[in-house]
Design a protein around this ligand. Structure first.
Ligand SMILES: *Cc1c(COP(=O)(O)O)cnc(C)c1O
Length: 450
């Protein structure tokens, strides 16, 4: 039997990030300011350090990873690539299934890959505090960890419903020294405005982003950090795909199809973009972003300029969107409930170079439980989306007899999401198709451009 864990040495941690912009057939659509004109770097300088702004607009193929960031990566990288022998057997598929496990980071997901880089560049720029938002707490806990490692104070605006339902990620943030506020809060104008209109608001990522951006823009010593969506975040996550390519080389295999859960697009971009370089060079390869059918941003959203937050404080990004005032249904994959998506992923999807599929919630938990019973690891509810899509493909291979190589990103473990698993076992989870009227309605709320 061939290897189960494909491991790399610490010296194999990439020393450059890969920038997909260099291999895209068309340059990315620029972010726009309130006047509808492309914004310059200075428009972002109030909330981001210049090094990250340069990465945001860079077209260089390779960007060096600073040594202190690689040193932080050594705590959990390179992450293992697994061959899912036991899952293959259970499915009776001729397909070979592999997964890269990002749950080995201290925070339990891929998010620290960018958090430590962002903390490093902010510290180098003389910043003392970071403000951010978090949904289910994966990003907040990752930034809390990174802030602790690089000596920055961190304040996290946590979506209120998660603040109440997910107390243990809050405890993780406290353990790593961060301050956590339930959003909407009364600390910002944005929060107070929402509370005045909807005192019982459960919060949303878009609202929490408004609060964190407002704080960062109004304090000299404070910057903002975003856990997904932006180009520099996807850039940092490419360590996942770069390592995976080395791991596949070691065993002389190569994926036919790659799956990753897609919320803001960072772990999908992170795993898929380094392989996209080969696709751009002519290699046949499918890259599939998997999203919930309750928040079907790529598969059913509009490709249009929209705000990144609820109030309209951020620049406009050309992306697939359900509308910046989207109120997500209370599904359990909190990391997949953002109204928009990465501009880079959106453009590649629009041009037919990457694919997307939406899957219903209950089927994702079925897949996650089947995976846990074969492979041991209990996946994050977000990761279950990629597992669902990968198992479906493996079952199609069983029908057709094709021995494809399938690869998915296991973006995190589910140890802090066991309440969601309990609901699944108790039959309390529901499937929710995002209604067509709401999608059409969102069109009328999109900002006017040009
Ligand atoms: C945040 C998160 C996601 C989704 O976010 P992306 O930016 O799309 O990567 C997926 N899986 C896990 C475990 C997460 O924490």
């Amino acid at each position: 039997m061939s290897q189960t864990k494909i491991l790399l040495d610490e010296t194999d941690i990439p020393d450059h990030w890969y920038n997909v912009v260099a291999d895209m057939p068309n340059p990315p659509q620029p972010p726009l300011g309130p006047d509808g004109q492309p914004i310059g770097p200075e428009a972002l300088a109030a909330i981001f350090p210049m090094a990250l702004i340069e990465q945001e607009v860079s077209a260089e193929r390779w960007i060096p990873i600073p040594e202190p960031v690689r040193e932080a990566y050594r705590l959990w990288r390179p992450s293992p690539l697994f061959r899912a022998h036991r899952l293959e057997q259970a499915l009776g598929t001729p397909a070979r299934i592999y997964y890269k496990y990002e749950g080995v980071s201290p925070a339990g997901s891929h998010k620290p890959n960018t958090a430590v880089a962002q903390a490093y560049y902010n510290r180098e720029a003389g910043i003392r505090r970071l403000a951010t938002e978090t949904g289910a707490g994966q990003w907040g806990s990752s930034l809390a960890l990174a802030g602790q490692m690089f000596g920055l104070e961190v304040r996290v605006y946590m979506v209120k419903v998660s603040y109440q339902q997910k107390p243990f990620r809050r405890s993780m943030m406290h353990t790593w020294g961060a301050e956590v506020l339930a959003s909407p809060s009364d600390r910002t104008q944005a929060g107070r405005q929402i509370l005045a209109e909807h005192p019982e608001s459960p919060g949303s990522l878009g609202i929490a982003i408004s609060e964190a951006v407002e704080e960062a823009a109004s304090r000299e010593d404070t910057n903002y950090a975003l856990g997904s969506v932006l180009n520099h975040v996807l850039l940092h996550q490419t360590v996942i795909g770069l390592e995976a390519k080395k791991q596949f080389e070691k065993i002389d295999d190569y994926p036919d199809v790659i799956f990753a859960p897609c919320g803001g697009g960072s772990n999908f971009g992170g795993v898929a973009f380094p392989f996209f370089a080969d696709k751009a060079a002519g290699r046949e390869l499918r890259l599939v972003a998997v999203e919930p059918s309750s928040c079907p941003t790529l598969t059913r959203g509009h490709y249009a300029y929209d705000f990144g937050d609820s109030i309209g404080l951020t620049p406009l990004l050309k992306m697939y969107t359900l509308g910046h005032d989207f109120m997500p249904p209370g599904i359990h994959a909190g990391g997949l409930r953002y109204h928009g998506d990465s501009a880079l992923v959106s453009q590649l999807y629009h041009e037919g170079l990457v694919e997307a599929v939406a899957v219903p919630q209950i089927a994702t938990f079925e897949a996650g439980v089947q995976f846990a019973r074969c492979e041991g690891i209990i996946p994050a509810p977000e990761s279950n989306h990629a597992i669902r899509a990968c198992i479906d493909e493996a079952l199609r291979c069983k029908e057709s007899g094709e021995a494809k190589t399938l690869f998915f990103n296991l973006s995190g473990h589910g140890h802090f999401d066991m309440a969601a698993y309990d609901k699944y076992f108790n039959g309390e989870l529901e499937d929710f198709e995002y209604p067509e009227e709401a999608i059409e309605d969102a069109l009328r709320h999109l900002p006017k451009v040009g």
